[in-house]
Design a protein around this ligand. Structure first.
Ligand SMILES: [Zn+2]
Length: 104
């Protein structure tokens, strides 16, 4: 987990952390979304494309979407109050999946 230390240094209310928290237990928000995206494979898709959910022990509205493209639980939707764009997904990916290889 040490390679993620820098993102955890960000304030709790930083958009990258807010969005990360919004990437789990969010079925209700995903179903309210118009645009969803995956910050692992960087694909954009509509909520109707999500057909697999994890955390099935939780109530339906608190399940976690699995990406229809890559199957990773890294889906966020604009129903969570974040703007889903290519640039934003890239930013999320860099911080949450690639932090160890950053040079700055
Ligand atoms: Zn994906």
């Amino acid at each position: 987990m040490t390679q993620m230390a820098d993102v955890f240094d960000l304030p709790e209310d930083h958009i990258l952390r807010v969005a990360h928290r919004a990437s789990i237990y969010h079925r209700h928000a995903i179903e309210q979304s118009r645009q969803c995206g995956c910050f692992y494979c960087l694909k954009l898709f509509g909520p109707e494309k999500v057909c697999a959910w994890t955390d099935r022990h939780r109530p339906d509205s608190e399940q976690t979407a699995l990406c229809p493209c890559c199957g990773v639980d890294s889906v966020i939707g604009d129903g969570s109050g974040v703007d889903i764009s290519d640039a934003f997904l890239e930013d999320m990916n860099r911080h949450w999946f690639d932090a160890g290889s950053r040079t700055e």
